[in-house]
Design a binder for this molecule. Structure first.
Ligand code: IMP
Ligand code: MG
Length: 185
């Protein structure tokens, strides 16, 4: 029997407070606004973790833009990537000829974004870049890097601001370190 998640007690420490995330997202938005002025921008959020980041980021980019979502298989309840990526939900929009910005919560091994980059590149966008809220470089096994990156983070299991453990904790407004006892029990 698994205990019910507790949004306060299960967090060992706050890594990124809400205000710090907010000002960083605003700065990323300013850069993206400069870079994409006059372009045909589509932001693609990777479900479900990128939802808060995409929602905040799009509102810091006062340009005409569209957004859409794609879903791939994730870790499930495990905290270690299986490496196998599968498409679960495709885009509704065509991206051919558009300037695509792929928006992800965190780059860990890089396997998810390597798959998505290849998959989307084959649809012939005018350009394809990556915006990641968090970058966990220690576990990278591919050459994936973010064109726009929020924060570089240590190799710990993080939750909040879209990041989950077993589908919970996504609605925490900050990024915190999950207590080991939660995922090791
Ligand atoms: P990658 O394919 O290993 O780069 O994994 C990317 C995905 O793993 C992210 O979109 C997250 O859903 C998940 N992930 C990686 N690290 C964490 C973490 O610390 N907490 C929660 N989810 C994570
Ligand atoms: Mg994800």
């Amino acid at each position: 029997m698994t205990a019910e998640p507790n949004l306060e007690k299960d967090i060992a420490s706050v890594l990124l407070p809400e205000e710090k995330i907010k000002s960083r997202v605003a700065a990323m938005g300013r850069r993206i606004t400069e870079d994409y002025a006059g372009k045909r921008l589509i932001m693609i959020g990777v479900l479900k973790g990128a939802v808060p980041f995409l929602a905040d980021l799009t509102r810091c980019v006062p340009l005409p833009l569209r957004y859409d979502f794609i879903a791939v298989s994730s870790y499930g309840a495990a905290t270690v990537s299986s490496g196998a990526v599968r498409l679960l939900k495709d885009l509704d929009l065509s991206i051919e000829g558009f300037d695509v910005l792929l928006v992800e919560d965190i780059i860990d091994t890089g396997l998810t974004l390597r798959y998505l980059r290849e998959n989307l590149q084959s649809r012939r966008p005018a350009s394809l870049k990556i915006a990641a809220m968090l970058n966990k470089p220690e576990r990278r096994v591919t050459d994936i890097t973010a064109d726009y990156c929020g924060f570089t983070v240590p190799d710990e299991f993080l939750v909040g601001y879209g990041l989950d453990y077993n589908q919970n904790y996504r609605n925490i407004p900050y990024v915190g370190v999950l207590k080991r006892e939660i995922y090791e029990r």
